[in-house]
Design a protein. Structure first.
Length: 568
């Protein structure tokens, strides 16, 4: 099912929307038709999400149509697994294509006939040069290319050879079909580019029917024209390919000529957006799969607890420009916090537990204390949390020797337990190795849920869980995938794997969470008070074996808390 993602009534304007609006007002187009054209050779990532929001968003805004079209022209790298995951991700982001699901392979016959027409018009020829030689003879930006010795073959010979290529009379790589344009063009893409190559590879939809496959730059404009696309929106690296896009449509029997418009692709700091690099991480086992929460894939973000609404807000904030830049991951995290802050109930969880024994609390007594599900939303109600003599608190909320201005638990210091009482540390119990085993405290029964009647104040409130009632869990904390902010700053030729952050994943076992979380189902989201926003891992979490992923930290830092600020 499609996720219902709230959309702004009037989306922010940008240069592409301005073009679309002008085309509609001038009567150039009566209806807008866009498309999202993924190649089914990997999983979608946050950069694709930006393109999805742009293409589907424009169609939605102007009451048009957006097609989902798979550019499946390279069977060697494609798989139905990717096709299925892409459809799932687009729906999860909040969009649907209705009846407008297409594949490049739907048009293989039309593309072949289109190429044959180019040959008849003297605009394409069959070349026997190996691809390595084709590349060498293209020249450079400073040197014009060399014409192929097969460039002047007759139309009849080219048609015969192209037909025989289709029939499989030649081995892979023996011949290509090339456009006849200009080997001295300053645009390298116009130097007689390859349109078709011989490739014996089983296609996930057409099987072994085809032995030749079109190149992407040739296939894409034809697909757009067949579908009646009005605005073909792509990322900025295709700007130099636009002349070939236009040439293909101007010189063949295209029924319409869509307009290609380029925008800056999304680059997010401290991660990789290249499908080739992402595939390497997966294949070499450096991550747990395409849905590893450290990856920028939609599946990874979803598993980590990100919401489609937060991603929509992120895409809206970064906008659409013509200038490549790198976006700080902090902006994405900020959008996530804003969204989760509104939707997530609060819970208490102790990630690095140390036991507290309240010596003056009755051993067999258990109280049910009221805890707000969302302090800023009274309508969310409250829950009961059990309180007893033995508790767990966070290791970082205690210091045997307190530094200056340390306001949490230390010998002789008093703190407030969230929703409960004031407690004071009386003595520390250590095991044989000298490690802290227990903190022996006393409590003030008069301070339940509020301040001390005598007016004394404490400067810190800490969270806790009942040792008797808490559920045990594994918690995974995530950091940046890469230590380098931008791989563009990495020396050329240096393996990007050298910049993997060795601390990108920290797994904490033996954590303790409120008993209300004992039955947590996969995908559930909560704010663990003072810890951050967490979700039950969609792959590994189940009752009896709890696993939580940290989605994002809170805005507050320990530094702020140390200065007397209140944790959120």
């Amino acid at each position: 099912m499609t996720t219902a993602v709230p959309q702004p009534l009037v989306p922010a304007s940008d240069f592409i929307r301005d073009i679309v609006e002008a085309d509609l007002k001038s009567g150039k187009h009566a209806k807008v038709v866009t498309r999202f054209p993924p190649e089914p050779n990997g999983y979608l990532h946050i950069g694709h999400a930006k393109s999805i929001h742009l293409n589907f968003g424009i169609a939605r805004q102007f009451d048009g149509t957006c097609h989902l079209r798979f550019d499946d022209t390279n069977p060697a790298t494609e798989d139905v697994e990717y096709v299925d995951s892409i459809q799932e991700d687009v729906r999860w982001l909040g969009f649907d294509w209705g009846k407008n699901l297409f594949y490049a392979s739907d048009y293989f016959e039309e593309m072949y006939q289109y190429a044959a027409e180019l040959v008849k018009r003297g605009k394409a020829y069959v070349c026997d040069l190996p691809l390595e030689e084709v590349r060498r003879m293209r020249g450079s930006f400073q040197k014009p290319g060399e014409e192929s010795p097969y460039r002047e073959r007759s139309v009849a010979e080219n048609l015969d050879l192209f037909t025989r290529m289709r029939k499989g009379e030649f081995p892979d790589g023996a011949k290509t079909l090339r456009a006849k344009i200009d080997m001295s063009s300053p645009n390298m893409n116009m130097r007689d580019p390859v349109l078709y190559r011989i490739k014996r590879a089983r296609h996930h939809r057409t099987g072994d029917k085809w032995l030749i496959y079109p190149m992407y730059d040739y296939a894409h404009p034809i697909e757009d024209a067949i579908e009646g696309i009005t605005h073909s929106i792509c990322t900025l690296e295709f700007e130099d390919h636009r002349p070939l896009y236009d040439w293909t449509l101007d010189n063949g029997p295209a029924k319409c000529h869509p307009r290609q418009i380029e925008f800056a692709r999304l680059s997010v700091e401290h991660t990789v957006m290249s499908k080739r690099k992402l595939l390497r991480l997966v294949q070499e086992g450096l991550v747990s799969g395409w849905d590893d929460p450290r990856l920028p894939t939609v599946q990874g973000l979803r598993r980590r607890g990100y919401t489609p609404e937060a991603i929509a807000e992120f895409c809206a904030r970064i906008g659409v420009t013509k200038f490549n830049s790198s976006t700080e991951v902090a902006l994405l995290e900020d959008c996530m916090r804003d969204d989760l802050n509104k939707r997530c109930s609060r819970m208490m969880a102790v990630l690095k537990p140390v036991k507290v024994v309240i010596e003056n609390y009755p051993e067999d007594k258990v109280e049910e204390l009221d805890a707000a599900n969302h302090p800023a939303d009274p309508s969310s109600g409250s829950r009961k949390v059990p309180f007893c003599r033995e508790l767990y608190i966070e290791e970082d909320d205690f210091r045997e020797v307190a530094p200056p201005k340390y306001h949490r638990l230390a010998p002789g210091k008093e703190v407030r337990l969230r929703y409960a009482y004031f407690i004071k540390l009386e003595r520390i119990v250590k095991d044989a190795s000298g490690k802290v085993a227990e903190l022996r405290c006393t409590y003030d029964p008069a301070t339940r849920g509020g301040d001390a009647p005598d007016g004394r104040k404490v400067k810190a409130t800490i969270h806790w869980v009942s040792a008797r009632h808490a559920a045990e869990a594994e918690v995974r904390l995530y950091d940046h995938l890469l230590s380098a902010a931008d791989l563009g700053d990495v020396p050329e030729g240096e393996d990007f794997l050298k910049h993997l952050n060795p601390k990108s994943l920290e797994t904490l076992k033996g954590c303790r969470v409120e008993p209300a979380l004992a039955q947590a189902g996969p995908g559930g989201r909560w704010q663990f008070e003072r810890q951050g926003y967490f979700c039950a891992d969609s792959r590994d979490c189940k009752p009896g074996s709890l696993v939580f992923d940290r989605t994002v930290t809170l805005r507050d830092t320990w530094a702020k808390i140390e200065k007397g600020g209140k944790p959120r």
